[in-house]
Design a protein around this ligand. Structure first.
Ligand code: NAD
Length: 349
């Protein structure tokens, strides 16, 4: 499996270095023959090439089997390409899968839970990706801004199918999150498509929640949820909440999956407030790498990759419980030492 590795901005390089150590250990332990192709995107690419993503990089990523993308300081960008958005759109990575669970050994403020947010990734309220040319946000007068949201049946259908297929491998329960009381057409269509797909999965229990009330439900009783399917921006917000409820935003893994490509990417941002201090939690990126191996294993029917993905998940739980994690996750190690300890543990898994 050939994986392009792009460390990104802020805490990206340090968390990616830890993740690479884990990938190399997984490759050795499970005989995966991973070929890691290191390149740059974001600020480092801007410095070297005058752009945050080069056309050559896109070609390379398209030809590879997977991509590991570090977080990007997109808020600092002015006219530069947002690599995260760029790859999601160019590779049609429509399903953003974000698991969140509590971990023995990590203090959490809510009851124990284990759920997955399945977020639509290619349209919705994202002004930079839901229109073919130009942006879908405009200043009508200096005091009036308009932002458009795009919802299409096709995108609703495919994200719903991802959620129900995932639910069949878990507790067979899908919760549809929406705001159809206000966005009657767009979210009405989203619910319609989810319910239509649900008919193909009669074993799966389905319920619906309005997104604002959902925040209260998730904080009050996260254990009642299994797979949550929602549109782009609601999923972005909700999945940060579920990651933080699990103990730390730094524990939220995430894979962006399409039909032919997938990209492992931490759920969090570039955290400039803690960059370069060796305190950033690398688990989110490590767990995302595990999800990427799992996606590849499933797509090509490769048991060794599925075993490696499961071992990374199990090793994360054991490492956290043993305190081999950063302080935000109740551990006692720095970023680099956490990666090293994880890689050693995985070798013995
Ligand atoms: P953030 O997710 O970077 O940080 C939010 C808070 O969580 C901060 O206190 C940070 O220290 C903490 N945190 C985040 N990741 C952590 C980790 N691995 N370990 C420990 N603590 C962690 O969000 P932000 O501060 O709003 O954004 C910073 C930059 O990241 C902005 O430029 C934003 O645009 C960008 N961003 C990028 C992505 C992406 O590339 N996918 C996603 C979100 C935000």
């Amino acid at each position: 499996m050939k994986i392009v590795v792009l460390p990104g901005d802020g805490i990206g390089p340090e968390t990616m270095a830890a993740t690479v150590e884990v990938l190399q250990a997984a490759s050795q332990r499970f005989g995966l023959d991973l070929q890691l192709d290191h390149d740059v995107a974001g600020h480092e690419s801007l410095r070297r090439h005058g752009t945050t993503v080069t056309p050559a990089l896109l070609a390379k990523v398209k030809a590879a089997d997977g991509l590991m993308l570090g977080p990007m300081s997109t808020y600092d960008y002015t006219d530069e390409i947002n690599p995260s958005r760029f790859f999601r759109k160019e590779l049609d990575l429509y399903a953003n899968i974000r698991p969140a669970r509590t971990w023995p050994g990590v203090p959490h403020k809510v009851d124990a839970f284990d759920l997955v947010v399945v977020r639509e990734n290619t349209e919705g309220f994202y002004a930079d990706r839901n229109i073919a040319s130009g942006g879908s946000e405009m200043l009508i007068t200096p005091d009036v801004a308009v932002s458009l949201r795009r919802i299409t049946r096709g995108c609703c259908e495919r994200i719903a199918r991802s959620a129900f297929e995932l639910a069949m491998t878990r507790k067979r329960h899908v919760s549809i999150v929406h705001k159809a009381n206000v966005l009657k057409l767009g979210d009405g269509m989203f619910i319609e498509e989810c319910q239509r797909v649900a008919r193909d999965f009669p074993e799966v229990q389905v319920d619906e929640f309005i997104v604002d009330a959902m925040m209260a439900h998730v904080v009050r009783a996260p254990q009642r949820f299994d797979v949550i399917v929602t549109t782009n921006m609601f999923g972005d917000i909700l999945s940060d909440l579920t990651a933080e409820l699990s103990g730390s935003l730094g524990l939220g893994g995430s894979v962006n999956a399409g039909r032919d490509h997938a990209m492992g990417q931490a759920a969090h941002g570039s955290a400039p407030d803690i960059a370069g201090q060796d305190i950033a939690n690398p688990f989110s990126l490590i767990l995302s790498a595990g999800q990427l191996l799992g996606w590849h294993g499933q797509r090509h029917g490769l048991p060794a990759f599925l075993a490696a993905a499961e071992a990374i998940e199990r090793t994360a739980a054991a490492a956290v419980e043993a305190g081999e994690a950063t302080r935000d996750a109740g551990g006692r190690l720095g970023t680099a030492a956490t990666g090293r300890a994880f890689a050693q543990r995985l070798q013995g898994a």
